[in-house]
Design a binder for this molecule. Structure first.
Ligand code: FAD
Length: 458
């Protein structure tokens, strides 16, 4: 059975549904195909469930710290993981249902459930249906990488997806991977009551960040009792009577790590291996990411790739921005480009890390003459008042142009505060603009002008 549309969208992640609605609004007939859960990674196994659970973990943490604030509880706080999971499920289900119902309720959009594969550059097969269109938009996202650790195939292990079904507190959660996903789960489960060991092959955690950020985050996690093993490559995995044992190749520490449960969080790979891209002639890089130009067009005219599968971003906001870029170019005669956007993201450990632009290391190696302003959160009144004064703020500027090159706000509210600097960066305004703004007291953001007044050569 062959069905013709003006456009086909593959995947209902963070770009597909908005694009399908926009195209339909412009009068096109659109088929959108989803093989799994509506809303994709962010809604079902990524941002939304993890941040919901981070909130439960934060509540537990504050409850355990209540005496610090002069508040006595009748007894030690207890975490009920079934209710933590139920709260998470309710929020996820609400979001997932919203994506599905808004698509089904949009005139001009046909929802097709099943796995899509290209038959040619204009045809997509979903089971026994062949959909044809002159424009095809790929938004297939990615999934967790399973590392090739000898023995891992015989050990029960968790990923960010299967973690969503956990409704108990693992006695000892061992996490392979000390980057964004691993650290968020690590701190969360420590706060729920698990012993947690994080194993990272690199010499430091989140090695893409500056060393001072890695060190501060390690300190934050270790203060909560999380064991961190860096420079430790997993070489074996085996099942034990009580869980799992990892053999590690390391200069320091024991050569074996035992735990009750294992979470693998070593990165993501694109869902492009079973998409029939070869039949459409769409090119990928060696890791399977679809190659796109600055407007997200693939090498095949009429096929675009948006979101994690194009390797140009790995976040919900980059995927959504991809939708905005494609829609602007196709429908609004507005020449938006991927290269217009400024790197920005957050790491949702507590306190969070808000990041914009370059790291200090990147700014140095890019040849700029840089100035750096830094302030510990112990010198931020709002953080002290809240009893959350771990971390620091760091801003990197170009000494010559006065442009803000990058910022890292590791501290309470850091994920929000960094937007002050991000917007100034988008405005291409000098950092001195921030110094002339009157900020609200008491906030974390009120100290940004002070940090900028204390810049030093790096
Ligand atoms: C644990 C975790 C926490 C995260 N936290 C954050 C965060 O706090 N902030 C943030 O910005 N980002 C976060 N991310 C990243 C974020 O979830 C992703 O960047 C985002 O979801 C990418 O969206 P996407 O549109 O590329 O695709 P996805 O959301 O992955 O959606 C792709 C969709 O395509 C479908 N699909 C795939 N192949 C086919 C096919 N052949 N046929 C039909 N359908 C198909 C899939 O079923 C899926 O529904 C997190 C990720 C993880 C894993």
């Amino acid at each position: 059975m062959s069905q013709r549309y003006d456009a086909i969208v593959i995947g209902t992640g963070q770009a597909g549904p908005s694009l399908a609605r926009r195209l339909a609004g412009a009068g096109m007939s659109v088929a959108i195909v989803e093989r799994g859960l509506f809303g994709g990674t962010c809604v079902n196994t990524g941002c939304i469930p993890t941040k919901t659970m981070v909130a439960s973990a934060y509540a537990a943490h504050l409850a355990f710290r209540s005496a610090d604030f002069g508040v006595d509880l009748p007894g030690p706080p207890a975490v009920d993981m079934k209710r933590v999971r139920a709260r998470k499920d309710a929020i996820v289900n609400d979001n997932r249902g919203g994506v599905a119902s808004s698509l089904r309720g949009t005139s001009g959009v046909t929802v097709v459930q099943g796995h899509a594969r290209f038959e040619s550059s204009r045809e997509v097969r979903v089971d026994d249906r062949v959909l044809t269109a002159e424009r095809i938009f790929v938004n297939v996202g990615g999934r967790a990488v399973v590392p090739s650790i000898p023995g891992l195939d015989r050990v029960p292990f968790l990923t960010n997806s299967s973690m969503m079904g956990v409704d108990f507190v693992p006695p000892h959660l061992v996490i392979v991977g000390g980057s964004y996903v691993g650290l968020e789960f690590g701190q969360m489960y420590r706060r729920f009551g698990s012993a947690v060991t994080i194993v990272e092959a690199s010499p430091r955690l989140i090695a893409r960040e500056d060393p001072d950020i890695s060190d501060a985050i390690r300190d934050i996690l270790e203060r909560e009792g999380i064991a961190v093993r860096t420079g430790a490559t997993c070489i074996t995995a085996e099942k034990t009577s009580s869980g799992v044992r990892l053999g590690v190749d390391c200069a320091d520490g024991a050569p074996a790590i035992e735990g009750s449960h294992l979470l693998v969080a070593v990165g993501r790979r694109p869902n492009t291996d079973d998409l029939g891209l070869g039949k459409a002639g769409v090119e990928t890089d060696a890791r399977g990411y679809i190659l796109v130009d600055d407007e997200l067009r693939t090498n095949v005219p009429g096929i675009w790739a948006l979101g994690d599968c194009n390797g140009r971003g790995a976040f919900t906001h980059t995927s959504y921005n991809d939708f905005e870029i494609v829609a602007a170019n196709l429908l609004d005669h507005d020449a938006r480009r991927v290269s217009d956007r400024i790197t920005a993201y957050a790491l949702y450990v507590d306190p969070p890390l808000g990041r914009a632009g370059m790291t200090e290391t990147e700014a140095k190696t890019s040849g700029h003459r840089i100035l750096v302003g830094k302030r510990p959160m112990t010198k931020v009144g709002r953080a002290v008042e809240k009893g959350e004064s771990l971390g620091f703020m760091k801003i990197v500027v170009d000494a010559d142009s006065k442009a803000i090159l990058g910022a890292a706000i590791l501290g309470v509210g850091g994920d929000e505060v960094v937007h002050v600097l991000l917007d100034v960066m988008y405005a291409k305004a000098p950092y001195t603009l921030v110094q002339r703004a009157m900020h609200i007291h008491p906030t974390v953001a009120e100290l940004l002008p002070t940090v900028l007044g204390e810049l030093q050569p790096a």
